[in-house]
Design a protein around this ligand. Structure first.
Ligand SMILES: Cc1cc2nc3c(=O)[nH]c(=O)nc-3n(C[C@H](O)[C@H](O)[C@H](O)COP(=O)(O)OP(=O)(O)OC[C@H]3O[C@@H](n4cnc5c(N)ncnc54)[C@H](O)[C@@H]3O)c2cc1C
Length: 398
């Protein structure tokens, strides 16, 4: 690679963002022989031992095999892995409107639930042990520009890094995406997702339940015996009322919204809230740059595909990179990036649009939408293609 004047670091690949997607890409490039530099504003300590953030990630079988391939899954404490056998959706009008279950007679579960901080910790440990990977913590990217043969990144420390390929993984609100001149369609659902852990009397039988109920949505994700993650979605303007409830008030609120189906419920963790904004980037590539993870597609969490899609993007891109290295080709070529973009758009678009359509249909409470919802549910198998798509995305390994 030709060096530019004032370059402080020369590397093959820069990954912006050491979140789940960026770290997954670094792990997936193990054995490529490429020098990789990750840039992350958080400190080394917060990456090595991430704080609990309330997110319980439903992992697909593909993500599980990815984590197994790099020896990360095997290091999870089995107590932190929870089976997801089935998922059911109920509405204000229909007790079980939609069910997601395996239809292939397999004994295997639909997916696995593992806390986000456990996944991040495992990924960081693996990436930080790789000889070809350098993680620059406490650093932000200030500017990027690309030319025919290299991308050039300037850090807040004024250091300049030159690389053959820039991988952008700095979240759905990616600043680097904007620096590259890539726009994105954002869908603000006007809602907030509140997550916490709750103990409950009635067993969950490893079944996730989602209740869409007149403006509010709540879901139960089954964890250990008698404990579930309680996921509540409320209009942003109402979120304050719920977050301000004291513990006793919150327990009663949860029992009520679950129609008592879990018996007595008790809050056993902090409550965390997240704004619900879906993001779909106009392009997944620019000259010598590729977007992965939420920087490419930021999903509504209801169908549990955000990190799973992030793993797919990291694996698709790294396979193309590894094959280019093997064939002595340029790892940042236009053609490689086009192949990545095409493949990941085909993967992501249906699930992104399908998820948004389901959320809109189930959360809109005007009379016309209620009629449409009932009609949609009554038309036999109206949702079958989407259902099958969601289930197959969770269960397929390749
Ligand atoms: C409540 C909730 C539940 C979810 N449940 C599921 C689920 O069941 N299944 C599933 O698959 N997904 C789920 N998701 C989605 C999943 O958490 C995300 O898709 C995933 O975290 C995205 O990873 P990422 O690395 O792309 O982005 P992020 O996790 O946002 O990480 C981005 C990283 O980039 C860093 N960064 C930011 N700015 C800069 C900068 N300027 N320079 C360098 N670095 C920067 C950040 O510090 C961070 O480390 C859920 C999300 C939420 C909110």
């Amino acid at each position: 690679m030709t060096s530019v004047k004032n370059t402080d670091i020369l590397t093959d690949i820069v990954i912006v963002g050491a979140g789940p997607a960026g770290l997954s890409a670094a792990c997936a490039l193990e054995g490529s022989g490429l020098k990789i530099t990750l840039i992350e504003p958080q400190s080394k300590d917060s990456l090595a031992d991430p704080k609990i953030d309330g997110r319980e990630i439903a992992l697909s079988h593909f993500s599980k095999s990815f984590l197994e391939e790099y020896g990360i899954w095997q290091k999870f404490d089995p107590k932190n892995i929870h089976l997801l056998k089935e998922a059911k959706i109920a509405t204000g009008e229909e007790p079980f409107a939609l069910g997601f279950e395996r239809s292939d007679d397999s004994e295997l579960p639909l997916g696995f639930l593992v806390s986000n901080h456990v996944i991040r910790k495992g990924l960081y440990k693996k990436a930080s042990e790789l000889e070809n990977v350098t993680i620059l913590t406490d650093h932000k990217v200030c500017s990027v520009h690309s030319k025919n043969d290299a991308a050039v990144v300037t850090l807040d420390s004024k250091e300049i890094i030159e690389c053959k390929l820039l991988i952008v993984a700095d979240s759905r609100f990616s600043v680097t995406r904007r620096m590259l001149g890539i726009g994105a369609k954002m869908k603000d659902f006007g809602r907030v997702m509140l997550v916490c852990r709750m103990e409950h009397e009635t067993p969950h039988y490893s079944v996730a339940m989602e209740h869409f109920k007149y403006g509010k949505t709540c879901a139960i994700l089954p964890l250990q015996k008698g404990v579930s993650s309680f996921v509540l979605t409320v209009p942003a303007a109402k979120s304050y009322e719920v977050t301000q409830l004291d513990e006793k008030g919150f327990n009663i609120f949860a029992e009520d919204i679950m129609n008592g189906s879990l018996g007595k419920m008790k809050l056993i963790s902090e409550r965390f809230s997240y704004p619900l904004i879906g993001v779909y980037s106009d392009k997944f590539t620019a000259q010598r740059a590729a977007l992965i993870g939420d920087a490419a597609v930021g999903m509504h969490p209801v169908t549990a595909h955000g990190y799973n899609l992030g793993v797919k993007s990291a694996v698709t891109l790294s396979n193309l990179i590894k094959s280019a290295v093997k064939n002595g080709q340029d790892i940042g070529s236009f053609w490689l990036l086009q192949k990545y973009q095409l493949s990941h758009r085909v993967e992501a678009k249906p699930i992104y649009e399908g998820t948004n359509a389901v959320v809109n249909l189930f959360t809109n409470d005007n009379p016309a939408a209620k009629l449409l919802r009932r009609a949609a549910l009554n038309i036999s198998n109206h949702f079958t293609p989407f259902k099958k798509h969601v289930v197959s995305k969770l269960t397929q390994i390749k």
